[in-house]
Write a protein that binds this ligand. Structure first.
Ligand code: ADP
Length: 463
């Protein structure tokens, strides 16, 4: 199939459908009206013959038993001009009046005219002049005979032809007018539809070239097109965000690596040049920095794994309470060192989950709670069951998170209040991992916090 624009294709299709519809309606209504008209005329003509015969009957004077010949003549001539050839005979069969005898040339002309006109208009017509014979009676007594010849099954006079012509012209005119109207409306509709699609295609093209700032501003009255444009705008926005995140990630990784690398580099350089003695303390400081790089790389690897599209979850029934208690035990040393109070309460049914990954979620949440809660603080873990899910809440009364930073804490490398984190050793990846794992399980994670008042993390996992 040859390719053409949506607008042309739509316009052509609409025009074609309009043409077919209009043609069908015009032809069928033309046929129907013509047929009705022919039936009507044929009926009229049969009635007219009856009327002529009845008029003829009335011209007999029963008292004198004679015919009013001048009236017969008037009726006959009048009928002749209407296309009927009348002949009247008395009881003896004598001709009282005969159109052909009276005016032969008028009769021939009339027969010729009607035959020619009818043959001209209906070449296939099988009609011709037929004669209707009838007895004339007065008071139930036969008084004579009459015959009326006319073009059967029907014939049209001048007025009828005019009427039919006008009717056909009106039908044709309204057909052409409707067609034009349909084509104009079709073109308008096609334009209305193709413009936003064209614009959307243009924006998609710009996006494929790396421009994610473009947006489609148009609005249409077509729901699906609006939806399409909204989706493309959304796509542009998320691609832009992804692009920014990617750039941000590279910058963040570089930034994270630079500090420890510089420290290690300058330390070793100083020791190599003999400025510093390679004391145990200095070497262990270098070792710490290298360990930091190692942790960062591990965190990144971990994140890459859980964020990869083909993260495979090995789901088994998991008892969240048992897992939480077991995981919390890993923090016993830090908890004891800081004198933190730990509480774990509530219960919930087993959930289908990847035990290892869910434990990673718990580790990240608990380690944050321990890390960001000062000595003497409290950490509460609460489990509960909801309609289709279970809810795990990890609550602490630690330093909290500034309100304006809350929306970003699940982003990679995001660290609230940067200064406090460098010392705490966080790289801002833990919560990104939490979100990825929870989302992969079909769950949701959110946080509430107030600076200085502690934080509360909600993890909802489907049952
Ligand atoms: P990090 O390794 O820096 O802790 P996370 O992704 O786990 O990275 O957390 C992101 C940031 O959210 C942290 O830098 C910290 O500022 C904040 N945060 C997370 N958990 C808590 C908490 N329980 N209390 C206070 N701040 C928190």
């Amino acid at each position: 199939m040859t390719q053409c624009s949506l607008r042309t294709r739509l316009s052509l299709n609409i025009a074609l459908v309009a043409l077919l519809t209009v043609a069908l309606i015009s032809v069928s209504s033309n046929i129907f009206i013509n047929r009705q008209f022919e039936d009507y005329i044929a009926k009229q003509q049969r009635q007219r013959v009856e009327e002529i015969l009845s008029h003829l009957n009335q011209q007999y004077d029963a008292a004198t038993e004679s015919w009013r010949l001048d009236f017969l003549h008037a009726i006959g001539m009048h009928a002749l001009y209407d296309g009927y050839i009348v002949k009247v005979y008395d009881l003896q069969g004598e001709t009282l009046w005969d159109a052909e005898i009276c005016d032969m040339s008028a009769c021939t002309r009339m027969i010729d005219d009607i035959s020619r006109q009818m043959q001209g208009r209906y070449p296939d017509i099988t009609g011709g002049f037929t004669t209707k014979d009838s007895n004339l009676t007065s008071n139930g007594k036969k008084i004579g005979e009459a015959s009326v010849a006319y073009f059967s099954p029907y014939f049209f006079d001048e007025n009828d032809f005019h009427f039919l012509k006008a009717l056909n012209t009106v039908l044709l005119g309204s057909g052409v007018f409707s067609l034009l109207l349909a084509v104009v409306a079709g073109c308008f509709l096609a334009r209305h539809m193709s413009n936003p699609i064209r614009k959307t295609a243009q924006v998609a093209k710009q996006m494929s070239g790396g421009d994610y700032i473009v947006r489609i501003e148009e609005k249409t009255s077509i729901e699906e097109l609006d939806e399409l444009m909204r989706s493309v705008n959304h796509l542009a926005r998320s691609l832009g965000e992804q692009e920014n995140l990617r750039k941000q990630l590279t910058a963040d990784v570089a930034h994270e690596l630079r500090t420890p690398l510089t420290t290690v580099g300058t330390h070793i350089e100083a020791m190599m040049e003999g400025v510093w003695q390679p004391t145990r303390e200095r070497l262990s400081s270098c070792h710490e920095e290298i360990a930091r790089i190692g942790k960062l790389v591990r965190d990144l690897e971990n994140l890459a794994k859980v964020e990869s599209d083909n993260l495979k979850l090995d789901k088994t029934p998991v008892d969240l309470l048992e897992l939480a208690e077991k995981t919390l035990r890993n923090f016993d040393a830090e908890v004891a060192a800081k004198g933190l109070r730990l509480m774990i309460e509530g219960s919930c049914p087993d959930i289908p989950a990847d035990r290892g990954r869910i434990q990673q979620v718990l580790i990240n949440l608990f380690s944050n709670a321990v890390k960001y809660t000062p000595s003497g603080g409290a950490i509460r873990v609460v489990l509960s069951e909801m309609d289709d899910s279970v809810l795990l809440v990890v609550e602490d009364d630690g330093i909290g998170i500034p309100q304006e930073e809350l929306p970003f804490i699940f982003e990679r490398f995001y660290r609230a209040d940067k200064s406090r984190n460098r010392t705490s050793g966080g790289s801002g990846i833990g919560l990104a991992v939490v979100r990825s794992i929870v989302t992969a399980h079909g769950g949701k994670v959110s946080a509430e916090s107030r600076l200085g008042d502690g934080s509360r993390f909600h993890v909802e996992l489907p049952k």
